[in-house]
Design a protein around this ligand. Structure first.
Ligand SMILES: [Zn+2]
Length: 73
């Protein structure tokens, strides 16, 4: 978990206050600090989207070709 203002690492702190900029945070309220894992899941989501686009980019022409072959018969 990181400070919303200055991105200071807030893990393993006894005070619920950023030592860098003084911004208070509540460990039980994820709106008061930033969580890097939420950014990671966003990157994973973008990766999944790109993978879907790439897979469909390969599958769709094949599907169109199969339909054209089926119509020619
Ligand atoms: Zn801070």
């Amino acid at each position: 978990m990181y400070c919303l203002s200055c991105k200071y690492d807030l893990r393993n702190l006894h005070d619920h206050r950023c030592p860098e900029c003084g911004r208070p945070f509540d460990p039980s309220d994820d709106r008061t600090f930033s969580v890097p894992s939420s950014r990671m899941s966003r990157i994973a989501l973008i990766g999944l989207f790109l993978l879907t686009v790439v897979v469909w980019g390969m599958v769709l022409p094949l599907l169109v070709w199969a339909i054209q072959v089926a119509r020619a018969l």
